[in-house]
Structure formats: C-alpha cells, structure tokens
Design a binder for this molecule. Structure first.
Ligand code: GDP
Ligand code: MN
Length: 392
C-alpha cells in the first residue's frame, strides 16, 4: 500500500527524523490559510506540493514555491486543478520553503536477493533514482542491515562517507539513516525513500553557522501482508486514489490483478491460477486477469468475483477452474448461477469444477445450461476458442 507524502512524513517524524512542519489543504482557501500561518511565523516563502501517489511531481509542475499568501492561493488553485500522470490532484501539502544547498538521495528497500533491508544512498539526489540507476549506476551506494543486529551506526557512517559527506553532515546523516531503518521496521514497510535529503543552513548550539540535513520529500510503501499488525496504518489508505476494482477485491477478500488479455479467469489457489493462465497462453489466448478466490469461497464471493471480471470490457470469454478441497464445488456453482442471473452482459463461459462436491456442482451447472469441461486442457482450449469467436 502506497501512502501520501504527508502521511509518510508523519511516520518519519515518529522515528525522530527532521521533517519541516507542513499542513495538508484540500482547497485553495485552506492552502492560503496554511501559508498565512507560515508567513506569520517568519517564513520567507512556502512550497505547495500536489499529494498524489506518483513520483516526478516536480517535473510535472506539481511542486511550486510561493512568496506571499496571495501567490500561495493562486498556485494551490492551479495545482488542485491538475492531473498528474492521469491522477486528479485533490489535496496539496503546504510547508515553509527551504533554501536547498544540495540534494541527496536516501532510501531503504526489502531486497529479495539478499533477504535483508538494504539502504541506498546517492549524491545525485532530487532526480528519480530509477533514472540514476540507468544513467550512472555507480553513483548509488548500498549497505545491507543484518536481520538480527539491525543497521549499525558504522554502516550508516560508511554509507555517508561513500556519498561524500563530511563533518558536520555525517552525524545527522547517521541519525537519519538509522531512523529510516527504524521506520522500515516499525511499520513493516517495503520501501522508504527520502528524495531529496537536503543540505540546509543551520545554527550550531554555540550560535555559529553550520549545515544540516532535512527530509524534504518522503515516499513509503507498506507491506500489505504486514498491515494486520498495524491496524492504525489502515487509515492511511488513500481511497481517493485506489482503483475501484482493487477496493472491491479487498472487500471480497480475494486476490485480483487485472491484465490486458481477453479471457477472464476465476480460480481457487494462486498456483492453480498461474497454471490456468499458462494453459490459456498455451492454447493461444491471453488472460484478462489473475484471480484467486481463495480456499472455502462462498457463493457471494464467487458472484462478486464474477462482477469484477465482467467490469473489464476486454473480457470476451470466462474460464472457471475450481479444484475443490475446502472450497465446495456446489457452492461455487451456486455463485456462478447467481452471478449470471445478475450480470450486465452475456459473456461465454466454460466451467471446470473437480474435487469436493463436483457431482452436485455438475448437476447444478447442467440444469442451468452452463458449458462445462472435464480436464483443464479442454476447458482452456474451449475458452480460447470462445474468446476468438466473440472477438470476430
Ligand atoms: P517529486 O518530484 O514528486 O519527487 O517531489 P519532491 O518533493 O521531491 O519535489 C521535487 C523538487 O522540488 C525537489 O527535488 C526540490 O528540488 C524541490 N523542492 C521540494 N520542496 C522544496 C522546498 O521546500 N524548497 C525548495 N527550494 N525546493 C523544494
Ligand atoms: Mn522527490
């Protein structure tokens, strides 16, 4: 689950990372109010940033500075009316504008290859890290945290040195890197990115001028499977930006991933779903989705899943492949019959149900005049033929 910059900043702040204060505004008037407060507190300028779950907002014109409350309102009006990479901007973050001396990149990911949390840093900050990886991979430095010991201060220090940091920036960098690691662990995050990690002027305790680092942008992806351990994070889900079919699948408790083929697949079990997709391809078709309705699915789940499949206008045929273990074949058959009675458009369907209560299922399906198949090969081949005939 991706969360908005403002929420990501809250999670960073909770681990003690330096993040300039911000407010979120949904209207130009609210943005103006937030800016007025910042100017009254002595800020010379404010930054207005589109809150959308995509990167590259700056390049797209979604990050702008303003020097007065009037200008803040005007900029917010413009950004709140924008589309960024197809997503409508519904809210903006308002914060004091920072004078940036230099931009660094600092991120953490769960690296599947090493099975560790890996921190990545680069002196080429501000630009998208994918771009740096393509153009100049040597500019990205990495260090893996030990799963038992965690990220150790000397490792964070080594990473800071690798990107060219020296006193007085090294010590804040170590604190931030350790805080970033703590943010990953505390929230079961898959990814935490600070880009830019900005060098800014600061005042040392003795009153002299110095420099420090602040987190100006934050991007966090939470591990969906970890959310059960962090109920409070569920409230950070941005329903404004969630694809309706993803929301529906979540409510139904099924795994649904839309693809671009023409054959809708309904299967129980992830491995079986992949096998089914392979066979669809083998017979010359293209699956329209991956769908695992899970074990023990009830008829409401089946009919809900069918609605999801049919909401994709590219679907020309449907292949149902159920291997009944805990899932009862007759329950699935009832769901299919219920779904067909309600469905908005008529799409040819092939059903294969084996295992628990397969005989009862076969009887129900025969009475309702469904097209059925015994083997998976036969079912997949039929579905491909039906899709091709429907596309003609
Ligand atoms: P992104 O483009 O979606 O990654 O959004 P960012 O928050 O990273 O903003 C893009 C760029 O805008 C940054 O790399 C900075 O150069 C600039 N920026 C963001 N916040 C500030 C700020 O407070 N002051 C200044 N001067 N520039 C900022
Ligand atoms: Mn950024």
């Amino acid at each position: 689950m991706k969360i908005q910059e403002a929420d990501a900043k809250s999670l960073l702040l909770a681990q003690g990372l330096p993040v300039p204060a911000w407010e979120v505004a949904r209207t130009p008037a609210q943005a103006r109010e937030a800016a007025e407060k910042l100017f009254a507190a002595g800020e010379a300028g404010v930054v207005i940033k589109a809150q959308v779950l995509v990167g590259g907002r700056g390049k797209a014109g979604g990050v702008k500075l303003a020097g007065s409350a009037d200008e803040a309102q005007e900029v917010a009006t413009r950004i709140l009316g924008m589309d960024i990479k197809g997503i409508r901007v519904r809210k903006v973050l308002v914060a004091g504008a920072i004078d940036i001396e230099k931009e660094f990149y600092l991120g953490a990911i769960v690296d599947r290859a090493t099975r560790r949390i890996v921190l990545m840093a680069s002196a080429e900050g501000g630009v998208e890290i994918e771009e740096v990886a393509r153009q100049n991979p040597g500019a990205i430095h990495r260090v893996a945290a030990d799963p038992h010991l965690g990220l150790l201060p000397f490792q964070a220090r080594g990473l800071g040195l690798a990107i060219g940091l020296k006193d007085p920036l090294l010590s804040p960098f170590v604190t931030i890197a350790l805080g970033l690691y703590a943010t990953m662990k505390a929230n079961d995050a898959d990814l935490v990115e600070i880009n830019p990690l900005a060098v800014v002027a600061a005042v040392a305790p003795d009153g002299s001028a110095t420099k420090t680092l602040v987190c100006l942008d934050a991007k966090i992806t939470l591990d969906d499977s970890g959310l059960a351990r962090h109920r409070q994070l569920e409230s950070l889900r941005d329903l404004d930006e969630e694809d309706p079919s993803d929301a529906e699948a979540r409510k139904l408790g099924i795994n649904f991933i839309r693809l671009d083929g023409s054959i809708g697949c309904m299967v129980n079990g992830a491995g079986l779903a992949m096998t089914t997709m392979d066979l669809v391809k083998h017979f010359g078709g293209e699956p329209a989705n991956f769908l695992d309705i899970g074990g023990g699915a009830r008829h409401e789940t089946v009919s809900g899943a069918m609605r999801l499949i049919l909401s994709d206008q590219n679907v020309k045929a449907i292949l149902v492949n159920i291997f009944g273990g805990i899932t009862r074949g007759d329950e699935v058959a009832r769901g299919l019959i219920e779904a067909r009675a309600q469905q908005s458009r008529d799409v040819p369907m092939v059903v294969r149900i084996v295992g628990t209560n397969a005989a009862e299922a076969a009887q129900l399906l025969a009475e309702a005049k469904f097209e059925t198949a015994i083997s998976l090969d036969e079912a997949a081949e039929k579905a491909v033929t039906l899709a091709k005939a429907a596309a003609r």
